[in-house]
Design a protein. Structure first.
Length: 109
C-alpha cells in the first residue's frame, strides 16, 4: 500500500483556524490534520482508519511508503515528492527534501 497526495492544497496551513480537533480549511470546508510528526506507517494507519483525508505530511513519510521517483513522475495527479537525489556511493537510501506537503491523502494498492 502506498500513500499519495491526490489534490495538493495551496492554502497556508498556519493561516487555518484550529478547531481543537485539527486545522479547518474555510476554502474547502474540511479538517486538515497535521501528520508531519508521524512515520509513513503511522500516516498509513491514520488514513486507513479515517478514509481519504486532508492532511499535511512530511515528504519523507510519503517516500518511505513505496513511492519511487518513477511512480511519482508517471502517476497523475499525484504530486511529486522530490527532489530525490542520487546518494553518494556509501550513503545508502536517496535523500528526500522534507518540506511538508498538504492535500487530500489516499492509500493506493
Amino acid at each position: 500500500m502506498r500513500l499519495r497526495i491526490v489534490n495538493p492544497c495551496p492554502v497556508d496551513f498556519n493561516a487555518m483556524r484550529n478547531d481543537g480537533q485539527a486545522r479547518f480549511c474555510d476554502k474547502c470546508n474540511k479538517h486538515v490534520y497535521d501528520l508531519t510528526c508521524m512515520s509513513g506507517d503511522e500516516v498509513r494507519a491514520f488514513v486507513s482508519r479515517r478514509g481519504r483525508i486532508c492532511g499535511r505530511v512530511a515528504a519523507a513519510a510519503l517516500a518511505l511508503t513505496g513511492c519511487s521517483a518513477a511512480d511519482q513522475q508517471s502517476a497523475q495527479p499525484t504530486v511529486q515528492i522530490g527532489p530525490i537525489t542520487a546518494p553518494p556511493p556509501d550513503a545508502g537510501a536517496p535523500q528526500v527534501d522534507d518540506e511538508p506537503m498538504m492535500g487530500q491523502i489516499e492509500i493506493t494498492h
